[in-house]
Ligand binder design. Structure first.
Ligand code: SF4
Length: 380
């Protein structure tokens, strides 16, 4: 019998490279790593008969003593009338692997049905909480608790995959638009993407992955340099620095010129169309001046044909406090005619622009809302 040289750990910990390394370290063949991973992802961490036959009894025996199931659990599940499923996933503390079961150790992830039958989009978190302080976001209310490990990011995907299967759907795209700023946990995000998106594993595929950022310039450059062939989504939300700094405080560090330059470099390096996210807020960024300014910015940074704008009517989060405990203004969604007028104005300038549906309004689907609700209950 072979003795495992590792403490048993969740199967979601392994990428192709790390699984290869551990098998070789234990004197085993690593020629079937792709079969193992594909089987795990298709069968929730189990090796199917096809994979067992290919990898052989020695590897099967080693894996059975070395690999555990996913340790996280779903503490809340809310299904919207539009089919959006929002999960609150409880993690063990990555630093000591002790189950805490406490709400601060939880993060949100969402499964959204696609318009095409049998398909769905997954949205995962990269951090527990967030330090960015965006005014329209509930995730930031209690600040940043900690980064998620790569395995914990993959675990969210696995939970969503189970939900999708139960709904006879297949996850065909993945976005990092949940809680947290992905560029502040980029190593884990990249490792998780390498696990989830590798076509060898039969999961989503690189081109179906989008990483979102408020505009952390070194992170955008690092993501481009990682050569993952994924998409970038830039949370812009305003076309002048004064307005943007109010709703996205990180703008004081990386201003609009800096982040659009970085977006332009990202396109030059990857050839991937950049998505500009625009959360449309009543009386804040929904006027013609903002639309005109945005169009001229995209033209100036040569992004008019290399970026598309997603306009998302704001999903109200109600009253709340910022990370310093100060009351925030209560923001509202603009009336529907204003949303249409904003989009038409952009199109008039030749901007490629889409209105994105708000999803799961009845299940607190905006980023951080579910965790915030539970956190308030726990602390009251
Ligand atoms: S929008 Fe994203 S970056 Fe901004 S506070 Fe929310 S989770 Fe953080």
């Amino acid at each position: 019998m072979l003795a495992a040289t590792v403490q048993p750990c969740p199967w979601t910990t392994f990428s192709a490279d790390s699984l290869t390394a551990i098998l070789l370290e234990n004197g085993l063949s690593a020629g079937n790593v792709a079969h193992i991973l594909r089987s795990w992802y298709r069968n929730d961490g189990q090796l199917d008969e096809w994979a067992r036959t290919r990898v052989g009894p020695r590897v099967v025996s080693f894996l059975e003593t070395s690999i555990t199931s996913v340790p996280s659990s779903i503490s809340q599940r809310h299904i919207s009338s539009d089919g959006t499923t929002k999960l609150l996933v409880n993690f063990t503390d990555a630093s000591n692997f002790q189950p805490t079961g406490s709400i601060p150790q939880s993060a949100e992830c969402v499964l959204m049905p696609a318009y095409r039958a049998g398909r769905a989009m997954a949205c995962v978190s990269s951090q527990i909480g967030c330090a960015m302080g965006c005014e329209f976001c509930a995730s930031t209310e209690n600040g940043l608790a900690r980064n998620l490990t790569a395995s914990e990011i993959v675990e969210q995907f696995v939970h969503l995959q189970r939900e999708a299967r139960a709904q006879q759907r297949r996850i065909t795209s993945l976005v990092f638009m949940g809680m947290g700023e992905p560029m502040h946990n980029l190593d884990s995000v990249i490792t998780a993407i390498r696990c989830i998106a590798d076509p060898d594993m039969g999961a989503v595929g690189w081109r179906q992955v989008t990483v979102s950022t408020v505009g952390i310039v070194p992170g955008i450059d690092a993501l481009a340099a990682a050569n993952l062939n994924v998409h970038l989504a830039l949370s812009l939300h305003a076309a002048d620095d004064d307005t943007r700094s109010t709703i996205v405080p990180m703008n004081r560090k990386y201003d609009i010129n800096a982040i659009l330059s970085a977006a332009s470099r990202f396109y030059d390096r990857t050839g991937r169309i950049v998505t500009i996210e625009w959360c449309l807020i009543d009386g804040v960024n929904d006027n013609n001046t903002q639309a005109d300014l945005l169009a001229s910015l995209l033209a100036r940074f040569n992004l008019l044909r290399r970026a598309r704008v997603n306009v998302i009517p704001f999903n109200p989060i109600g009253p709340g406090r910022d990370a310093r405990g100060l009351a925030r203004r209560v923001l509202q969604r603009p009336p529907a005619p204003r949303v249409t007028a904003f989009i038409e104005r952009l199109k008039l300038h030749g901007v490629v622009c889409h209105a994105r549906d708000t999803r799961g309004d009845d299940v607190a689907a905006a980023c951080g809302q579910l965790r915030r609700t539970v956190l308030r209950q726990v602390r009251s």
